[in-house]
Write a protein that binds this ligand. Structure first.
Ligand code: AP5
Length: 234
């Protein structure tokens, strides 16, 4: 991760639901010209298509549970073969279990794992306030990134929706699942010397600035309101 070698191009963003992985990954990937690969987005796209994978994943996702490892590993492995991932990638929300981390080591390399850290109370506020545009994938937050007109997308005026797993009962399950199944990965990557903790508090611009300092990339830009995250099916 030295300046002489240029910015890292094979990254994992690890952190609890709502910490801001997607928000930061979308901006950084655009800036570095690398792919932003969110397994949550890939799975939601499969659900929207009604594919076999989507039907298998849907119930798990709605309840806030993890989708079985073998399904997620396969979808990610396939996605990494596409040409836009050749210059590099940010894996957003993958791996989430030790089994996924071990599988990833068989087919991809990593330069760093960014661990986004935030007070759990703030996580809940970010998740329950999130609203999505079903047309263009723009992401809003009622508290921190509201649309210009309540309930409507700034870009295409579509009616904003709540992600099914942002209901309070599913949020609680997701936070428990993170602690039990995903948090152990922090120690795994610390041991491998890849872990880079990042304070995810403050505005998106403040977090972006810290992230760029951590990775030694150029100055960041404030993500615009409702900046799209390439999440058409959320
Ligand atoms: P996924 O889509 O990955 O959801 P998640 O990890 O729960 O993450 P989120 O998208 O909720 O949060 P985020 O950290 O990206 O935050 P965001 O930037 O959106 O996974 C969904 C489901 O798919 C899982 O529960 C599971 O079922 C399945 N799945 C996915 N991957 C899997 C895997 N590998 N294995 C098994 N199952 C898998 O921000 C959240 C909100 O906060 C937004 O409104 C945003 O505008 C706002 N915000 C962001 N940053 C800030 C800031 N700095 N200040 C104020 N507001 C902010």
């Amino acid at each position: 991760m030295t300046a002489a070698l240029g910015p890292p191009r094979h990254l994992v963003f690890l952190g609890p639901p709502g910490v801001g992985k997607g928000t930061q990954a979308a901006e950084l990937a655009r800036e570095l010209g690398i792919a932003h690969l969110s397994t949550g987005d890939l799975l939601r796209a499969a659900v929207a298509e009604g594919s076999e994978l989507g039907r298998a994943a849907d119930g798990h996702m709605r309840a806030g549970r993890l989708v079985p490892d073998e399904l997620v590993v396969e979808i990610l492995r396939d996605r990494l073969r596409r040409s836009d991932a050749a210059p590099g990638y940010i894996l957003d929300g993958f791996p989430r279990t030790l089994a996924q981390a071990k599988a990833l080591e068989q087919f991809a390399q990593l330069d760093a794992v960014i661990s986004l850290e935030l007070d759990p109370k703030v996580l809940v506020e970010r998740l329950t306030g999130r609203r999505l545009c079903p047309q263009c994938g723009s992401v809003y937050n009622l508290a921190t990134r509201p649309p210009r007109e309540p309930g409507r997308c700034d870009r295409d005026y579509a009616e904003l929706t709540l992600r099914p797993d942002d209901r309070p009962e599913a949020v609680e399950v997701r936070l428990q699942v993170y602690e039990k199944q995903t948090a152990p990965l922090l120690e795994h990557y610390r041991r491998l010397g890849l872990l880079r903790p990042l304070d995810a508090s403050g505005t998106p611009a403040e977090v972006a600035e810290r992230l760029r300092r951590l990775l030694r990339v150029g100055p960041g830009r404030e993500p615009g309101p409702g900046s799209p995250k390439d999440r058409r099916s959320r």
